[in-house]
Design a protein around this ligand. Structure first.
Ligand SMILES: [Zn+2]
Length: 312
């Protein structure tokens, strides 16, 4: 039984996307309430620090950040993309939320490398896996998991890192950032066709990218079989020193943005399988990042199963 450290911050709750936007603060509230509900002494909650620019610049150039933050309005909402995808929005307090979401990963890396915890979860918004080097999209501005990976390598001299992405959408940003980097494996299972449209099997990087596109209506058993054969097998062969997870819970059958049919307890099964690989190759070290998941009831259940899996 491993202890779990959860990084989050109130600033992540104040980012506003307007009415009827799926990426809303109630998502994170639902997750944090559920964690409180578990009421386990083996789960400790820590405040996410603000990310520093030097660390973010390991992935995103300062010119991109300057332009992004210069678009922040004093009131109301501003879309960072052109129509028809004008749903990645900045509000007056976006900067704090964005820097806390990224800072959670940096805090988690430091905590893990000090040897204080092997299993960490970043309960944050905005999410990150769609953010490319110089392009915000898909509700994402800074690629939180990518910054954590590069920070692990530059600050702590960790070599091979695997990023496993079970969000129902393809992490186009994470793939783009590491497309030519053989030290980072990126493996994603995702519904296709669906936003953002990338993630074909033929996108292989330098042999470090593994995409498993799945059809609308995919069942639990088919999903778990494909996850094992096309994601976990390749991660095992890579023998990562640390595993990072892009944990989206939108492959759940209740999710309004996709049509894959996972049950809540399936998130225990797939998390436990990742833990088994981490215990074998990675000294048990896993940092998981909240990405998508837009049904509040599903989120509150899935997070319990995810943390149960992480604790083993
Ligand atoms: Zn998603």
């Amino acid at each position: 039984m491993e202890n779990i450290t959860v990084y989050s911050h109130n600033d992540c709750l104040i980012k506003d996307n307007g009415e009827n936007h799926p990426e809303r603060k109630e998502r994170l509230e639902s997750i944090l309430n559920s964690i409180k509900d578990i009421n386990s002494p083996s789960i400790s909650l820590k405040e996410a620090p603000l990310a520093d620019f030097e660390s973010i610049n390991l992935v995103h150039p300062q010119s991109y950040l300057d332009e992004l933050f210069s678009m922040i309005p004093s009131h109301g909402l501003v879309g960072v993309e052109k129509e028809p995808y004008a749903d990645t929005l900045l509000c007056s307090n976006s900067k704090e939320a964005i820097l806390r979401a990224c800072g959670a990963g940096i805090g988690a890396v430091n905590e893990m490398m000090k040897g204080n915890s092997k299993r960490l979860f970043c309960a944050v918004r905005p999410p990150g896996h769609h953010a490319e080097t110089i392009r915000a999209n898909g509700f994402c501005f800074i690629n939180n998991v990518a910054v954590a990976a590069r920070y692990l390598q530059s600050r702590y001299d960790v070599g091979r890192i695997a990023i496993i992405d079970f969000d129902v959408h393809h992490g186009n940003g994470t793939q783009e950032i590491f497309y030519n980097d053989e030290s980072v494996l990126y493996a994603s299972i995702h519904q296709h066709p669906l936003f953002p449209g990338t993630g074909l099997e033929s996108e292989t990087g330098v042999g470090n990218i593994f995409n498993a596109p799945i059809e609308s209506g995919t069942s639990s058993s088919d999903f778990l079989k494909i996850f094992k054969e096309r994601i976990l097998k390749n991660v095992s062969q890579f023998q990562p020193e640390v595993i990072l997870i892009s944990a989206g819970f939108d492959a759940h059958k209740r999710d309004p943005l996709a049509t894959v049919n996972l049950d809540s307890n399936d998130f225990y099964t797939l998390t436990k399988e990742i833990v088994d690989i981490a215990n074998h190759y990675s000294n048990g070290r896993i940092i998981s990042f909240l990405e998508g998941g837009y049904d509040l009831l599903a989120l509150s259940e899935c997070i319990k199963f995810h943390l149960k899996g992480l604790s083993e």
